[in-house]
Write a protein that binds this ligand. Structure first.
Ligand SMILES: C[S@@+](CC[C@H](N)C(=O)[O-])C[C@H]1O[C@@H](n2cnc3c(N)ncnc32)[C@H](O)[C@@H]1O
Length: 270
């Protein structure tokens, strides 16, 4: 076994992992041979996947900026933050509101290891990390770090950015989103981004097949499928749209929204 595939603590590097494949597309260094092999196989199907990953990351930044600067949100529950890179939720939020508090939740031990080292936050705000599974929302809500970080008398933004596609409808991701939102007070927000096959079903099918063959579930959803996550939530204008069309800033002005095959939206719990 080469050092590139040897177990790394409790991290199995011999099979691809979603966070590390995404890190590879973003140009990060925290990925292994198996992650790069799957990343390359998916790029064979969709050559612009790394561009789309960066566009997704930029959507995260615009959504956090909107939430902190325009909606006045000071608390974030970010599930599936990925391996820390530039523009993490706490950095964007705390730049606008130094007292912002962020609780990250991820199930990947490599994300945890990096998060502990990097996501230290600043002295006024608070940044915490728990290792837990999206599929176990009650466990997330019951974690001591949840109560320690988030004050449920104040609104919280639930960030589900590029994570919901890892779950089949049979896992009931919609019900899990509802369980999480039910625990948050009125005035809380939900931000979602999600890949879709609407723009090129054949290419996306080939990418999904490559992921499935490597043991990673990927479920593209159409616009109605993504809107369904916002059931009971009031969508902020312009609703669920291709990411490049959601509150575009000058960095993406003039870009064709149909080139990034992800939908995104932000909504407010009444
Ligand atoms: C594509 S990355 C998204 C990173 C970041 N949210 C962004 O959009 O830039 C997906 C993240 O979801 C995490 N993830 C996948 N399945 C999960 C689960 N069942 N529970 C918690 N985290 C999960 C992965 O470990 C990874 O960090």
């Amino acid at each position: 076994m080469s050092s590139d595939t040897a177990p790394f603590g409790d991290i199995d590097t011999s099979v691809p992992h979603s966070a590390r494949v995404y890190d590879y597309w973003l140009g990060g260094k925290d990925n292994f041979a198996a992650d790069r092999a799957l990343g390359d196989a998916m790029v064979q199907a969709i050559p612009t996947l790394p561009v789309m990953a960066r566009a997704n990351r930029a959507f995260l930044g615009r959504a956090v900026r909107y939430l902190a600067a325009e909606a006045g949100i000071r608390q974030f529950l970010d599930i599936g933050p990925g391996i820390p890179t530039a523009g993490n939720t706490h950095e964007v939020a705390q730049e606008i509101a130094p007292d912002a508090r962020v609780l990250y939740v991820d199930h990947d031990p490599l994300v945890l290891a990096h998060a502990r080292a990097l996501m230290t936050g600043n002295s006024k705000g608070q940044t915490e990390f728990i290792m837990a599974d999206f599929l176990e929302p009650e466990k997330i809500l019951g974690e001591p770090a949840f109560a320690r970080t988030l004050d449920l008398n104040q609104p919280v933004a639930l960030m589900l950015v590029a994570i919901l596609m890892y779950f089949h409808d049979s896992d009931d991701p919609q019900g899990i989103v509802k369980t999480l939102l039910d625990a948050l007070p009125s005035g809380s927000y939900l931000a979602v981004s999600h890949p879709t096959a609407d723009f090129d079903p054949v290419a996306v099918r080939a990418a999904v097949d490559a992921a499935t063959a490597a043991g990673i579930t990927l479920v593209p959803r159409d616009r109605a499928g993504v809107e369904a996550f916002f059931d009971g939530v009031e969508l902020v204008e312009p609703g669920v749209v291709p990411l490049l069309a959601w509150h575009p800033d000058e960095s993406i002005a003039g870009e064709d929204p149909d080139t990034v095959w992800y939908y995104g939206g932000v909504g407010r719990k009444p």
